[in-house]
Design a protein around this ligand. Structure first.
Ligand code: 5GP
Ligand code: MG
Length: 182
């Protein structure tokens, strides 16, 4: 299929349909519900902007009392391969709270590693991570998510919150952008 990327038609392949995603979210939320129970508050810490749409669907399947917080990270790729990450918003007060970090995708793991290091100083009761997508072959930092929607290959994907230059987050499915034939 072809999708419109800023006026250019690009070849794309749907990896996960809207229905695939919603089925998987049901399964993930059942696990989270079973692990956490329905009595204690769970703070859903959404990593903006990518995880916004995933978190919105996930949270509506959770049975415990929830609070919603957001955080914005910015990753820089420097000339060397190290790169670094910055918090663009302040970490909310999470002292004594059970926290579920919700991410769109774990690629190298750099952003999540950085966030988890920051959360170590937040005196939380517990921290777990739920990511819609995971690229195990791309990992450079030693991080794992407690809940993963789908493992995928190293290709660049878009849709369902994931962007290309700020666009395509509104696609209801996750698609692989293919190299162009022309
Ligand atoms: P990491 O720090 O794990 O390398 O990647 C962190 C961020 O890079 C993700 O949260 C996401 O915002 C972005 N990213 C990584 N892989 C992809 C991808 O395939 N597609 C899109 N749209 N964003 C990605
Ligand atoms: Mg992200």
């Amino acid at each position: 299929m072809k999708i419109d990327v800023n006026g250019t038609m690009m070849q794309a392949k749907i990896l996960f349909s809207e229905n695939d995603i919603h089925k998987r979210i049901k399964e993930l939320s059942e696990k989270i519900n079973a692990d956490h129970g329905k009595d204690n508050v769970l703070v859903i810490l959404i990593v903006l902007n990518g995880a916004l749409i995933f978190a919105a669907d996930l949270i509506r399947n959770l049975i415990m009392p929830t609070e919603m917080e957001t955080i914005r990270l910015k990753s820089y790729e420097s000339m060397s391969s190290t790169g670094h990450v910055q918090l663009l918003t302040q970490l909310p007060d999470l002292a004594g709270k059970h926290v579920l970090v919700v991410e769109d995708i774990i690629d190298t793991g750099r952003s999540l590693h950085f966030l988890l290091e920051n959360l170590k100083h937040a005196n939380t009761a517990s921290v777990k991570v739920c990511s819609l997508l995971n690229k195990p072959e791309a990992r450079e930092f030693d991080v794992t998510a407690d809940y993963v929607g789908f493992d995928i290959a190293k290709n660049f994907v878009v849709g369902y919150g994931l962007d290309l230059d700020g666009r395509l987050r509104n696609l209801p499915y996750v698609a692989d952008l293919l190299p162009q034939a022309n």
